[in-house]
Design a protein around this ligand. Structure first.
Ligand SMILES: NC(=O)c1ccc[n+]([C@@H]2O[C@H](COP(=O)([O-])OP(=O)(O)OC[C@H]3O[C@@H](n4cnc5c(N)ncnc54)[C@H](OP(=O)(O)O)[C@@H]3O)[C@@H](O)[C@H]2O)c1
Length: 305
């Protein structure tokens, strides 16, 4: 099969190559999926799991990308819950070969059925931002109606999903980003917007939850704005930023069938929108991940046209 592999951590996305690889086999409780659409998350190539297995042995050449939508082509020994021919979408294991390929082996429990009227491109685009936003807001952030949430990078891939979900949950949503992102952030549900280059973040006042995708100094300053009992949730890795009288939680998104089903249900009901940028073929993927010009929104690899 055709697949994109990486072998050189220092090279980043510039080290990606389209090659021929053996098709994966389904292990116990796995399915093999013919990948129709897939994607990769920003800093995945810096995560140890892209380079080593769970006992820290080199696993290169590895196939990156862990988001997918496709069709089940084989079941592993003992696999239940999904059938050959079924449309599915979901998130694959960080430590196994991923989805920038024509086929991937993945545990069935990591996938949810993709309804027939939802395009594979949309399915692939919902997975990572949908699960990350859902888990950050509702599992880790315990967001409730009537609370206020500061969503950093609110026009971005994860932030635009977090804004939509938080707004629908009855929260007051304050988005942040660059000046040029204001309208996009408002369109995705933010009720207020802080231009991080020109406004004073702290002028927003106290909030119950911060959903951080930026880290660094912004995360530290945001911690100081959290009301007692509130939470700073970040997806940028461990941070020393701590709200006084509150919690800091950094997390890596996890597969979740029930959450995926709810997310796609909301998409079908017109309650959620995707934030898709470029759509490219597997052959065009290496160039798309090394753009000469910054692109906005999620890049989707349409593996089967
Ligand atoms: N831990 C996890 O499970 C997990 C899951 C998903 C994503 N992530 C991470 O979350 C981060 C965000 O991902 P994403 O896909 O949402 O990226 P994205 O689409 O690029 O979103 C980031 C947003 O923040 C804005 N931004 C960046 N730096 C800024 C700054 N200094 N001042 C103001 N605005 C700024 C960007 O604006 P511009 O477009 O104008 O730069 C963009 O709107 C990445 O680091 C990604 O790896 C982690």
């Amino acid at each position: 099969m055709k697949a994109i592999v990486v072998t050189d951590q220092a090279a980043g996305t510039a080290g990606m190559k389209l090659v021929e690889r053996p098709e994966p086999q389904a292990a116990i409780n796995d399915v093999v999926v013919e990948v129709h659409a897939s994607s990769i998350t920003g800093d995945e190539l810096s995560w140890p799991s892209t380079w080593t297995n769970r006992v820290d042995r080199d696993r290169t050449p590895s196939i990156p990308g862990h988001e997918l939508a496709g069709v089940v082509t084989a079941l592993g020994y003992g696999t239940t819950g999904l059938s050959v021919g079924q449309r599915v979408f979901g998130l694959t294991d960080w430590y196994r070969d991923g989805t920038l390929a024509e086929y991937v082996a993945v545990e069935a429990r990591n996938l949810a059925p993709l309804p027939g009227d939802v395009d594979f491109t949309v399915g692939a685009a919902l997975v990572m931002p949908g699960l990350t936003a859902w888990q950050g807001l509702f599992e880790h952030g315990r967001l409730r109606a009537g609370q206020s949430v500061l969503v950093h990078g609110a026009a971005g891939i994860v932030g635009s999903m977090a804004s939509q979900l938080a707004r629908e949950a009855g929260a007051y949503v304050i988005g942040t980003g660059r000046a040029t992102s204001r309208q996009t952030a408002l369109d995705f549900g933010a009720q207020d917007f802080v231009d991080l280059d020109n406004d004073v973040l702290e002028d927003v006042g106290g909030v119950d939850l911060v959903f951080d995708v930026l880290g660094g100094d912004i995360a530290k300053r945001s911690a100081g704005m959290i009301r007692p009992g509130g939470t700073l949730v970040t997806v940028t890795g461990p941070t020393e930023a701590r709200p006084a009288g509150g919690l800091t939680i950094d997390f890596v998104v996890e597969p979740d069938r029930a959450q995926l089903s709810e997310i796609v249900r909301r998409f079908r009901e017109g309650r959620l929108r995707t934030n898709i940028g470029n759509i490219v073929t597997l052959e065009g993927a290496v160039d798309a991940f090394n753009p000469t010009k910054r692109t906005k929104g999620k890049t989707i690899i349409r593996v089967v046209p």
